[in-house]
Design a protein around this ligand. Sequence first.
Ligand SMILES: [Fe+2]
Length: 301
Amino acid sequence: MVWCVVGFGYGFGVVAVSGFGVRRVGGRVGAEVVGVDISGGLSGEVLEGILEALVEFKVLFFRGQELTDAGQVGFAECFGVVEGHPLMRSVGGGGGVLAVDGLDQRADHWHTDVSFRVAPSLGTTLRSVVLPEFGGDTLVASGELGYRDLPRELRRVADGLWAVHTNHAEQPRLGTARGDRVREEFLSRRFEAVHPVVRVHPVSGEPCLFLGGFAQWFVGMSIRESRGLLDVLQGYVRRPENSVRWSWRPGDVVVFDNRCTQHYAVNDYGSQRRVLHRVSVAGEVPVGVDGGKSYALREGE
Ligand SMILES: [Fe+2]
């Protein structure tokens, strides 16, 4: 679409595009969408523009929205089929709305949502429900930029690697009884999936580093042998230049493309309450640069 070519790129300020505006937040990743009320359904043209913007910017931010849980599910359905979490309880029992509550856990580690499954989420929407007075920002980093920044020699190495992702990965602990209960549920079944370290984005065709905190070791290598190289590759994704930081306000809704990003919840709000509602969208099985597909080793045993 012509207006997308005009509207995106490396321009400055708010660029009005068909029915809404886009304002870059990070220089290389992340944009705020302005002038769209996402609570009442989106016209075909606006929806198409938002889908294109998501692939371009990886994470989109919407301010001043008045969404209910049902409205958030409706918004997430714009991107695909809503899915529940395999290990975490949803709000009210049914549906796909999860409470991301700082009293349960704090996701202060870089990760890609449910990458321990063979078909990780396509994307995730987050909505502010209770916010701390300060702190509790969310960081989102681009695996596509991480890959692009790799020296050619390291790209060659990464292109040939596959990694095992598991929910039984080392994660930060809250150290409270409630936190331990949630963690116990999270570990109650074991998932392991093998993904290409370099995933080809199904829409853009761009290669992306597909790692995150659930990636524990490379196929053919031990955990100990893998650790150093995992850290090196992760370092390229997590560069400040390849990430964007979002300070939450009431009425905010965020959607990120989980196929090529990692995110991190900054744990700097102490005993203050922080609750976001999360609705994720089912994704496809990743494909590597050689055309090989991800596969499952353990599916919740
Ligand atoms: Fe997450």
